[in-house]
Ligand binder design. Structure first.
Ligand code: PGA
Length: 280
């Protein structure tokens, strides 16, 4: 399975999200079989989560009705738990937050807790994105706290790391990424899926992507860390690449050894472009 995550950042409001979702469902239905091996995760602005969750539920119910008809079963044949499990599996698109606060709850104006994200249908949360590390002064220590609290809520964190242009030019990128991972991932927690997204800061939103060899070098490092430092800490491990991904480069990046998926910013705002990436 590969994971393709869309990070809308602070873009798209209700009408745009609606159009995006309509177009997405149309193509998704026609490409259903090809997309069965892709976990598609949408991380919209928080304000859209509840709405998108209910739209997705409608879609799930329609699918469920068809399944019931096909299998000649009735809703009453299933327990509430069985039904919610079947429903969740029908979800073509998983929801994720773009961040959560590192405390459980309290006086933190403007913030959103991990538990709140779960209430509005999230299964994932992006943590440690470089835009938050830089713009909101999020240290590795804070990111580690966020990961802990997300895991308590059974959210799957998509943990972002990546170096600046200066660090890359100084040749210290491997050391930097290694340290960022080791300091951001808390020691005493278990993951279902451990997901690390390598997003070089110099590539995000610039149209510049690292060479495939450069991506391969980091992907190899991350797999080594999974195997040597975090063995038995998760059921599954995924290394994602993010930074100026488009339908032009997605297939070749996904073909790089040890790359298990993509985190897509700008190109995910267009549903057709995003689906092309999911299908690549
Ligand atoms: P980009 O953003 O695809 O627009 O470069 C990626 C990200 O910041 O997650």
């Amino acid at each position: 399975m590969k994971i393709i995550a869309a990070n809308w950042k602070m873009n798209h409001a209700f009408d745009e999200a609606d159009n995006w979702l309509d177009g997405f469902f149309r193509t998704y239905t026609s490409k259903y079989d090809e997309l069965q091996n892709v976990e598609i995760v949408l991380c919209p602005p928080n304000i859209l989560l509840d709405y998108l969750d209910s739209e997705l539920m409608d879609e799930e119910f329609q699918n469920l009705e068809e399944i019931m008809k096909r299998e000649q079963k009735k809703f009453e044949d299933f327990s509430a738990e069985e039904l919610s499990e079947i429903l969740l599996k029908q979800r073509p698109l998983k929801l994720g937050g773009q961040n959560c606060h590192h405390e459980e709850s309290g006086s933190f104006t403007g913030e959103t807790s991990a538990a709140m994200l779960v209430k509005v249908g999230c299964e994932y949360v992006i943590l440690g994105h470089s835009e938050r590390r830089a713009g909101n002064f999020e240290s590795d220590e804070i990111v580690a706290k966020k990961i802990k609290i997300a895991l308590v809520q059974k959210l799957t964190p998509i943990i972002c790391v990546g170096e600046t242009k200066e660090t890359r030019d100084s040749g210290k990128h491997l050391e930097f990424v290694y340290r960022q991972i080791m300091n951001s991932i808390p020691q005493d927690v278990q993951f279902e899926k451990m997901i690390i997204a390598y997003e070089p800061i110099w590539s995000i939103g610039t149209g510049i992507t690292p060479t495939l060899l450069q991506i391969a070098e980091i992907a190899k490092l991350i797999k080594k860390i999974f195997n040597e430092k975090f063995a038995n800490r998760a059921k599954e491990y995924f290394m994602l690449y993010g930074g100026s991904v488009s339908s032009q480069n997605s297939a070749e990046i996904l073909a790089v050894e040890n790359v298990d998926g993509l985190l897509v910013g700008k190109a995910s705002l267009d549903n057709e472009e995003f689906l092309k990436i999911c299908l690549s």
